[in-house]
Design a protein around this ligand. Structure first.
Ligand code: 5GP
Length: 207
């Protein structure tokens, strides 16, 4: 019986306002095999966030030390704060053959692909530029200046889209989730994800 499959490393990136957080939450609800990678950040903890669940919150100094010591697979400055993926934590998940979901910015996505070539990179976009502006504008947390900054940032981020494996348009969140699940399903069927020993077993006994 062919059962074993190597775990998937799924990276989701998007400009803010595309609905990445919601889509990732929906994926974790829909597919129990996925676990979320927990990043390190120098950003302050928000009220609803839990240390070690949402992020590991560290000081600039601690982060800088970790970066210097090569403890991150990738790290980037996003909206003025530092964010990084721990190489140790990701390696552990890969060794355990877990399906891992990473929500990182566009620069981080390319770095992960460099270090883990089988990683599957998903780029999420709203259906139009106007829609992105509308979604960002309706966020009560954004003031005018911040909105302009995020729109400028979004323009830069969209430049990275061609480096990603898949593009999902988030016009309707249920549809976007279905597209994401379809990608995952197809990726699981890839020949290069079948464990070597299983392929060996498929060949049957030697004559
Ligand atoms: P937030 O502060 O709103 O949670 O996240 C801000 C941005 O940082 C989001 O685009 C998020 O995906 C990104 N981010 C979170 N963790 C990481 C990480 O480990 N590496 C990189 N490069 N970006 C991250």
């Amino acid at each position: 019986m062919l059962k074993k499959k190597k775990g998937l490393i799924l990276v989701v990136s998007a400009p803010s306002g595309a609905g990445k957080t919601t889509l990732c939450k929906r994926l974790l609800q829909a597919s129990s095999s996925f676990i979320s990678s927990v990043s390190f950040t120098t950003r302050r903890r928000r009220k609803n966030e839990i240390e070690g669940v949402d992020y590991y919150f560290v000081s600039q100094k601690e982060f800088g030390k970790m970066a210097e010591e090569g403890k991150f697979v990738e790290w980037a400055k996003v909206h003025g704060h530092l964010y990084g993926t721990s190489a140790k934590l990701l390696d552990e998940r890969v060794r355990e053959e877990k399906d891992v979901l990473l929500e990182v910015d566009v620069k981080g996505g390319s770095q992960i692909k460099k270090n883990y070539p089988p990683a599957v990179l998903i780029f999420l976009l709203p259906p139009s530029w106007q829609e992105l502006e509308k979604r960002l504008g309706s966020r009560r947390t954004e003031n005018e200046e911040k909105l302009a900054d995020r729109m400028k940032q979004a323009k830069k981020e969209i430049e990275y889209a061609p480096h990603y494996d898949y593009l999902i348009i988030n016009d309707d969140i249920n549809r976007a989730l279905q597209d994401l699940l379809a990608v995952i399903r197809a990726e699981r069927c890839r020949m290069d994800r079948v464990a070597d020993e299983d392929l060996e077993a498929l060949r049957g006994p030697e004559n």
